[in-house]
Design a protein around this ligand. Structure first.
Ligand code: SPQ
Length: 429
């Protein structure tokens, strides 16, 4: 953990960058490639710490995985050929790895134990363990499976018809991945649509899955066939530069190959609604995961309300949207976002506490926050809480702050965006 002092003097950001690969899709490419028998190749893979944790877990299960830059090749004997690991599977800081693996491992014949870092040890796992137990999974852990370390005794699973209590792609994906091995057709009902990378990738690996009106149906016993996965740039990483470009003076940033899957692009809708000068040029809307070139310029912004069904489409962007709102005219209300409390840290408290230290006019609510703008930001000493997205929010705040911003732990940013500061340097004029 190393601190970093950031001081910029009215910077202008100009140029082009290609943000690293999408974290959610990178995780899934390794998971699906390991489940499938044979060879899978991946390009554009994110070399973030979270995705490397996923690779490490599958290597411990006996899958051969080679990383060459952002290309990954996976050679798997298929799920039935995995070896029972003699070591604990370490999922690091990654909720996606922990929760999706819980679903996958429940349907093997193996005994496995999973644990992660201190933050993972506080994140709720019953949201996944409970539906999996309804399918017959045997999962043990602290507080009846709520917290890691978790021990999983794989076995036979039965399909369920599950109505999701919260909008969560991790819960949906864990149930679907267990459903792959279950007897019968697994049904997952979502009231708000969450990111659908699992459904899309199941199709890419040759499975049939039906999605109609928020109801996902998936027949168990299907086999996955190795394929090539092209990972687009991560819109959640691009979001930091979309905001940086719109709030710094004289800026114009071009972001290439950004994933614009409609279950992830809520940030673009919010930026448009707030008046951002932005163009989105879609490359190929029929791709398994569509991408676009996005251009953003310094903008005159107006506050807005963000809530309802858009929340799952921008849940990870809320910290940076809150910073954006401090520079917009008028009031911004972020609501229906209680899920922020169970991320790497409580992101409602973290965002509000840290932006207040820089002079923002921001208050926490039960399900979000209210921001009055515009406020000039000062320097200050910020905590990241070991949360990459809070770290990057602080770094972007430093670009508009009058004075130095110190981050107590800048290393955590490598979880999802290891080249973040290189990209800031590249754009600084
Ligand atoms: O993997 P992790 O730690 O849960 O990462 C986060 C993030 O900010 O990068 C959340 F803290 O992203 C989640 C996201 O919030 C990744 C994800 C996925 O890949 O399925 C889904 C979302 O979580 P959830 O709980 O809504 O399913």
């Amino acid at each position: 953990m190393s601190s970093k002092v950031l001081q910029y003097n009215n910077p202008t950001l100009v140029g082009e960058i290609t943000v690293p690969g999408d974290k959610s899709i990178s995780h899934r490419s390794v998971m699906f490639g390991s489940i499938a028998k044979g060879k899978t190749t991946v390009s554009g893979f994110l070399l973030g710490e979270d995705c490397l944790s996923t690779i490490d877990c599958f290597k411990k299960l006996g899958v051969e995985i080679e990383v060459d830059g952002t290309n990954v090749s996976i050679e798997s004997p298929g799920m039935d050929g995995w070896a029972e690991p003699t070591e604990v599977l370490y999922t690091g800081n990654s909720g996606t790895t922990t929760r999706l693996m819980l679903g996958i491992l429940s349907g093997t014949k193996l005994h496995t134990v999973m644990t992660g870092d201190a933050s993972i040890g506080k994140r709720p796992m019953r949201r996944v363990a409970d539906p999996l137990r309804l399918m017959g999974a045997q999962i043990a852990g602290r507080e009846n499976g709520q917290f890691t370390p978790l021990a999983i005794q794989g076995g036979t699973l039965q399909a369920i018809d599950y109505t999701m209590p919260v909008a969560s792609a991790q819960v949906k994906s864990a149930v679907l991945l267990a459903g792959l091995r279950a007897n019968g057709t697994t049904i997952v009902r979502e009231s708000e649509v969450s990111r659908d990378h699992t459904e899309r990738m199941l199709r890419q690996f040759g499975a049939e899955i039906d999605v109609t009106d928020g109801i996902v149906s998936f027949k168990g016993g299907q086999t996955l066939t190795g394929t090539h996965v092209n990972v687009p740039g991560d819109i959640s990483s691009a979001a930091f530069f979309l905001v940086a470009g719109s709030i710094t003076q004289g800026s114009r940033i071009v972001l290439e190959n950004v994933g614009v899957n409609e279950t992830r692009d809520g940030i673009l809708e919010v930026l448009k609604k707030m008046g951002a000068k932005m163009t989105v040029q879609v490359d190929d809307e029929n791709a398994a995961e569509p991408t676009a070139t996005i251009t953003i310029e310094t903008s005159e912004l107006t506050g807005t309300t963000v809530g309802g069904s858009i929340i799952p489409r921008l849940i990870d962007e809320i910290p940076i949207i809150a910073l954006l709102a401090t520079q917009a005219n008028g009031k911004t209300i972020i609501k229906d976002a209680e899920e922020l409390k169970v991320k790497e840290t409580n992101r409602i408290d973290a965002v509000v506490n840290e932006l207040k230290k820089l002079g923002a006019n921001i208050e926490a609510t039960d399900d979000g926050m209210i921001i009055e703008g515009p406020t000039p930001l000062t320097g200050g000493a910020l905590k990241t809480y070991g949360d990459h997205r809070i770290g990057m929010m602080g770094a972007v705040a430093a670009l508009v702050a009058k004075g130095a911003v110190e981050l107590d732990d800048a290393d955590c940013i490598a979880v999802s965006y290891p080249t973040f500061f290189e990209h800031v340097e590249k754009l600084l004029k």
